[in-house]
Design a protein around this ligand. Structure first.
Ligand code: SD4
Length: 337
């Protein structure tokens, strides 16, 4: 067999293993040749699964698994994981310690969604330590999906959530330094971004997801990213699967990325194949040289995938069997195109 035919056969095998259709196989074969995506890990049926973005996905999943192991729901699991990272002042792109916008304000975006299409979201919020919990209250206790800015803060106050100063001395220092040039020049991967997006499957087979961020550092005041937008930063459909994003929100919003990943899964792709295709959509239509976007995806059957435009996007995968409490913890470096 010629080398070229062998190559096409290899790509075809790999692609069908990913659950991709013929058109997508054809479209992405050059990307796979350059850097084949990791196959979707197959762990078999497990009772609890969590997938979360970046290195802080590891402690976040640990926290979620404690809650899940005690009988908490998938929603409780993702909320617990998100809250841990929101309170960690050392991370400069989520909650406390987040880098401010160009006018010096730390503004937060967050959303949460369950397996029945219930969703709650807050955006452009200041002075709240746990926007994820506020988003959950919007979902559970109001007739709305999204509250913004002052209205969201007013609701937090009604709920008795304390006001906190989110700008830590370290972040203020970084801001002052940035002000010396006030140049907005994002750098891939180290672009002051590591939003936490979390997906979980609980012991009852319910899916949920959460996403929380202080958004892009030094953004324009009032800018809202993909993270609180249902369908962009996060989407969950209990019958199919869940997906979430991290990276340059503008690219995710333009392609409604998380919804796209879930819909591709509905069409038969597995989480890895769907993530590859959704990243491909961005790369095909936009100049992606200087932007990073990564997706994580979790099927209703517990299968997991993740993919990014550029290398060094990582996500944490935890699985726990309820029968014997056995826990596996993996930090996966995503494949890239
Ligand atoms: C945003 N998507 O505000 C967020 C930023 C992010 O990792 O994900 N950083 O555009």
């Amino acid at each position: 067999m010629s080398t070229r035919r062998k190559f096409i056969k290899h790509v075809g095998t790999l692609a069908s293993g990913l659950g991709l259709g013929v058109a997508a196989q054809e479209r992405w074969k050059h990307a796979w040749a350059a850097q084949p995506p990791l196959p979707s890990p197959v762990y078999g049926q497990s009772d609890l699964v969590m997938v979360s973005t970046w290195n802080h996905g590891m402690p976040a999943n640990d926290a979620g698994m404690v809650v899940g192991g005690q009988g908490g729901s998938a929603l409780d699991m993702v909320e617990a994981g998100a809250r841990l990272v929101e309170s960690d002042a050392s991370g400069q792109s989520v909650g406390l310690g987040g880098l401010p916008d160009r006018d010096g304000y730390v503004t937060l975006d967050a959303c949460i969604m369950d397996h029945t299409l219930n969703a709650g979201s807050v955006c452009f919020v200041t002075g709240i330590e746990h926007p994820i919990s506020l988003a959950r209250r919007v979902m559970e206790d109001t007739p709305h999906v999204m509250l913004a800015g002052e209205g969201a803060e007013q609701y937090a106050e009604e709920l008795g959530m304390p006001r906190v100063n989110l700008l830590t001395p370290e972040s203020e220092e970084a801001y002052k330094k940035w002000r010396e040039t006030a140049e907005y020049a994002p750098v891939i991967n180290i672009e002051n971004h590591d939003t936490i997006s979390l997906l979980a499957l609980d012991g009852e087979g319910r899916l949920a997801g959460a996403c929380t961020t202080s958004g892009l550092a030094y953004k324009m005041h009032g800018r809202v990213g993909d993270s609180p937008i249902i369908g962009a930063g996060l989407y969950v459909d209990g019958e199919v699967g869940a997906a979430a994003a991290t990276g340059l929100g503008e690219a995710v919003m333009r392609t409604l990325g998380s919804f796209l990943v879930v819909e591709l899964m509905r069409g038969g792709m597995n989480p890895q194949g769907a993530s590859v295709e959704a990243i491909g959509r961005i790369m095909e239509r936009m100049d992606s040289k200087n932007m990073q976007v990564g997706y994580i995806a979790l099927g209703a059957d517990g299968s997991v995938g993740g993919h990014a435009i550029h290398p060094h996007f990582s996500y944490a995968v935890h699985r726990m069997r309820k029968t014997n409490g056995q826990l596996t913890r993996d930090l996966v470096e995503s494949s890239h195109a």
